[in-house]
Design a protein around this ligand. Structure first.
Ligand code: AHM
Ligand code: MG
Length: 348
């Protein structure tokens, strides 16, 4: 098999489509380099003194892991000086980060979750980095960027991706021309394209949800999961399988590979009333990837990428994955399908 590097892949994309301007290509190369550094840090574990927590909480009120902080710094340092960004935002930083005046400003806004699923780090399970790229407003060139400039619906994303630090380190990207996956060759330090145009099977019999929260779910999700569990004897007339890794990146990566649905609904708990996952740097980039791979991503009521953001760190309910299954879950929520069209005859 021809070993196509990420650099070559991006240059070919730049030549063949208008989807990849030079600044965006640079941004993706910078992200790939930063994720390589994070992968090295994750891989060192206790030997690199990167496990455990520090005595600090982030804007979400969560205790920060050493790796959350380290990965955030790696991404910040890598992205500040290249001239491709107007500003960036992170799960680990309450306010947006403006590009210092000593560096040129670029046309893009970057938001990321430096280490997603960080509770997995200390037990040597997969974690990842998720990122989303938005255009900076045209009038932002001559003024300071504000948080309001970031509050664009996910449909405006020009690129999104994640790196997964698992048995293999992989980078999965979209610039709106399908979803492509790259594997890190740890010997040469090169990202090699290993899958082009990933597609999610439309049908699936595998779901991912944290069952421990079932008593807090609303009736739609409870009905769906009950039907799955009822298996061949139930209304779905088939047995289902369940997987939950505690890392959205790992769960979405599995779904991109073999289908399934990932569900983290808004539920009755005070902290999760609007969902647990963050719209701007978790749900939107994953929704972009999933839609580009032929799947669907909904809050249950509207497509995730149509949500009008109101805050950098806002949360949202998430249902994403195989098209038919997500469509079915949306029908459990009411009379609207994930693409926003009315459904006839759908009942709760
Ligand atoms: P994090 O970004 O603080 O790691 O939180 C997000 C993670 C997701 O990766 C994962 O799907 C979810 O939180 C797991 O939540 P729970 O611990 O409720 O199962
Ligand atoms: Mg995180």
């Amino acid at each position: 098999m021809e070993r196509k590097t990420l650099t070559r892949f991006l240059i070919e994309q730049q030549r063949s489509s208008q989807a990849l301007p030079a600044q965006l290509r640079l941004l993706l190369e910078v992200m790939a380099r930063a994720c390589k550094m994070i992968s090295h840090a994750v891989g060192k574990g206790a030997l690199g003194d990167v496990l455990g927590s520090i005595d600090r909480t982030n804007v979400q009120g969560e205790v920060q892991k050493k790796l959350d902080v380290l990965a955030n710094e790696i991404l910040l340092d890598a992205n500040e000086w290249g001239g491709h960004l107007a500003a960036l935002g992170s799960e680990e930083m309450e306010a947006i980060h403006l590009i210092p005046n000593r560096y040129p400003k670029g046309e893009y806004l970057l938001v990321y979750d430096p280490i997603d699923g960080s509770s997995n780090v200390d037990v040597d399970l997969s974690v990842g980095t998720i990122f989303s790229v938005l255009p900076a407003p045209e009038d932002a060139a001559g003024r300071a960027v504000t948080e309001a400039d970031f509050l664009q619906p996910g449909r405006r994303q020009v690129a999104a991706g994640y790196a997964i630090y698992g048995p293999q380190t992989m980078l999965v990207l979209t610039v709106g021309t399908g979803v492509h996956a790259f594997t890190l060759d740890r010997e040469t330090g090169t990202w090699i394209c290993t899958q082009e145009n990933l597609t999610i099977p439309a049908e699936s019999r595998e779901f991912a949800i944290n069952m421990a929260n079932s008593r807090h779910w609303d009736p739609a999700i409870r009905r769906y999961v009950d039907e799955c569990i009822a298996g061949a004897q139930g209304p779905r007339a088939g047995d289902f399988n369940m997987r939950w890794t505690g890392s959205m990146v790992a769960d979405v990566h599995r779904i991109l590979g073999r289908g399934g649905v990932f569900i983290y609904p808004a539920d009755g708990r005070d902290a999760v009333r609007s969902g647990k996952l963050r719209l701007m740097y978790e749900a939107n980039p994953m929704a972009f990837l999933v839609e580009q791979a032929g799947g669907l991503a909904t809050t249950g009521e509207i497509p995730i990428m149509d949500v009008e953001p109101t805050g950098l760190h806002q949360r949202v309910g998430v249902v994403l994955g195989s098209r038919d299954e997500v469509d079915y879950i949306a029908s459990c929520y009411g009379d609207r399908s994930p693409d926003g069209h009315d459904r006839e005859g759908a009942t709760i």
